[in-house]
Design a protein. Structure first.
Length: 135
């Protein structure tokens, strides 16, 4: 079975993941884009309504990320996962995670709950949009 999986495309491999693993993969990819300062790629997957409300342009998004999360050597540790939604609303998932840098500085470390949550709407594998907690 392992040899068979080596011949699969990334999309085929992704389809073999559980819902939880796929959602974590999306959040990891988002954090990886921030870590590598690829703000355009991260901005592209944001939910349009969320983007319009909080980040009318990529510059506002980048400024918020630099101020609240930072970049470089980011790590994500998942705490919880929940599936919401139905056939009408789509597949909506919420993930709670700690996001911190190599020095141990956590996202929103002044808050008792230093976790960050991600809301992911998945239309199909690798066709998704997300938003995240803003405080």
């Amino acid at each position: 079975l392992e040899n068979e999986n080596k011949n699969l495309t990334e999309q085929e491999k992704g389809r073999l993941l559980s819902e939880k693993e796929r959602m974590q993969q999306y959040a990891i990819e988002f954090i990886k884009n921030l870590d590598e300062e690829d703000f355009e790629a991260a901005y592209k997957v944001l939910n349009e309504e969320f983007k319009n409300k909080y980040f009318p342009n990529i510059e506002a998004f980048e400024a918020c990320i630099r101020e609240r999360i930072g970049t470089g050597e980011l790590t994500i540790n998942f705490i919880n996962f929940e599936r919401l939604g139905n056939e009408k609303t789509g597949n909506i998932y919420v993930l709670w995670a700690n996001v911190y840098d190599v020095l141990g500085n956590t996202y929103e470390s002044k808050d008792e709950n230093s976790y960050m949550n991600f809301v992911v709407l998945e239309r199909d594998y690798d066709d998704y949009e997300l938003s995240f907690s803003i405080k």
